[in-house]
Design a protein around this ligand. Sequence first.
Ligand SMILES: CC(C)(COP(=O)(O)OP(=O)(O)OC[C@H]1O[C@@H](n2cnc3c(N)ncnc32)[C@H](O)[C@@H]1OP(=O)(O)O)[C@@H](O)C(=O)NCCC(=O)NCCS
Length: 162
Amino acid sequence: MSASYRAVESLNRRVRALRGEDLPEVLEIERRGYSFPWTEGVFRDCFRPDYRLWGIQISTGLAGYAVVAYMADEAHLLNLCVATGCRRSGLARHLLRHLVGEAARDGMTRILLEVRVSNCSATGLYLAEGFVEIGLRPGYYPSSSGREDARVLSLQLAGCGV
Ligand SMILES: CC(C)(COP(=O)(O)OP(=O)(O)OC[C@H]1O[C@@H](n2cnc3c(N)ncnc32)[C@H](O)[C@@H]1OP(=O)(O)O)[C@@H](O)C(=O)NCCC(=O)NCCS
C-alpha cells in the first residue's frame, strides 16, 4: 500500500448522499476547482429524484462530491470534484467506484461523461477505472480562448457484476 493511501485511511473517508446544507462547502470546492464553476442554482436544480448527489467526507469536512443524472437506463456523470488540498490521495477514485456501484445497483447499463481534452488528471482517472473513449464533442466547453472540445467516455455496467 502506498504512503498516500495510508494517509487517506487516517482521514476516515466516507461517501454519503449530499444534502442541501452541504451547498456552501460544495460551492467553495467548486469555485476553487474549476475555471467555469457551476452556480448555486445549477446545484440546487440537481436535487431531483432522478439524480444522485454524493459527497466524500473526511475528518475535517467535505472533501469532494459527484453529481450523476439517471436518464432511462444510462447514468450521466455531470460533475466530480475533489478539494484542491485533498487531491492525489485516492478520494476521486473512491467516490467514482462508489457511484459506479450505486448506478449498477440502480439498474443503469452504462455511465457516460464528458471531460475537457486538456484535463489529463480526470482523463487518467477515468481510463484507469475502465472508461473508454467513444467520441468527441467539438467546442463543448467554454474556455479562456473561446471553446474547448470534450472527450466522451463510457463505462459499460450491464453484466459486469459491479
Ligand atoms: C480530477 C480529480 C477529480 C482527481 O481527484 P483526486 O482525488 O486527486 O484523484 P485520485 O487521487 O483519486 O487519483 C486517481 C487517479 O487519477 C489520476 N490523476 C489524478 N490526478 C492526477 C494528476 N494531477 N496528474 C495525473 N494523473 C492524475 C491518476 O491516474 C490517479 O491514480 P494514481 O494516484 O494511482 O496515479 C481532481 O483533480 C479534481 O477535482 N479536478 C478538478 C475538477 C475536475 O476536473 N473534475 C473532472 C471533471 S470531468
